[in-house]
Design a protein around this ligand. Sequence first.
Ligand SMILES: Nc1ncnc2c1ncn2[C@@H]1O[C@H](COP(=O)(O)OP(=O)(O)OP(=O)(O)O)[C@@H](O)[C@H]1O
Ligand SMILES: [Mg+2]
Length: 333
Amino acid sequence: MASRAKVRGGEKQQQSLSLGRETVEELEKEAERRGLNKSQLADLLLNGQLTQSADKPTIISIMSYKGGVAKTTTSTCLAVCLSELGYKVLVIDMDGQGNVSQSLGVYDPRSEEACIADVLYQATPSSPRMSLSEVMRTTDYENVFCVPSNFRFADADTRLKAEIAGGVDTRLLYAIEDLIDETARSGERKFDYIIIDCGPRLDMTTTNAIVALEAGNNASHIIIPIKVDGYAIAGLSQTIDTINRTARERRRLPQHWKILQTMIERNTSAYKYGCQMMKEAIPNAEYFNTKIEKSTVVPEASLAMEPLIKYDPNSKPAISYRLLAQEIEEMNA
Ligand SMILES: Nc1ncnc2c1ncn2[C@@H]1O[C@H](COP(=O)(O)OP(=O)(O)OP(=O)(O)O)[C@@H](O)[C@H]1O
Ligand SMILES: [Mg+2]
């Protein structure tokens, strides 16, 4: 399986040089951010010292205003399934609940370890801002890395707002770009996928995760997990509004998003009626072909603090998450 990822990386070397910045104005901003003038930036680009699009990961932000719809379960399962396909994956925990960090075994209840808060703002007046690579941890799963979160990130929205002059927040985007450049310079294997697990809110943590997709390749996208019921549909339109509003503020096209149906009970009339309602409410939505079945094995895995894929690899939802990873892999083809 590892060779599949490798071959694919080779094919991408044909692609053109790009920083993911599409306008002259954005290139100028990039030069300013890196403390360079335009010709220095151009030199670095021409000498291949800045990230080429071939080195960019696929970034997947998993978000929904509605809580408890399997954002974290999907983040963890997808990370482990993609690593099983031979990819190197980084999971960024953007939720102060730290659930994805818990299920990957890197949650520190005493919150002494550095976390995403230390990257995005000064977590305490004396603490320095850190890079993602300084905060990143290995996990028990080969090729799965995690930037953890904990309750120090619980007031992230207020803290992020306090340290920004205005406009859309690009701190996570720039932290990821720096990580990509750093990995390329060090000669280490690049990350194939970066998965960002958001909390159930539409605040600065979520907009950071939307804008962060700009650091990824063309297959980067947002997954909106949805448990098909009336309340989830209401949360869905608010999530889509946030994605569209962020795009307008960035003067870009909205990031590509797709709905993942989770906890489905396929043959029930409630599920069938819910699907119909969803089609009427959001007629142009794209859906993953894969749907995740409801099963008691999922809460059991979370009680055991283990990714479902390891806890019960042959369960129906585990098999579906593997199919989802393949569907996502195909988006890169
Ligand atoms: N396929 C499934 N079948 C049954 N239960 C599930 C399934 N997927 C997730 N769950 C359960 O639903 C609950 C919520 O899941 P999860 O924590 O992944 O959601 P979330 O969207 O990340 O929540 P939050 O909004 O709090 O971050 C958990 O108890 C989890 O075990
Ligand atoms: Mg969660």
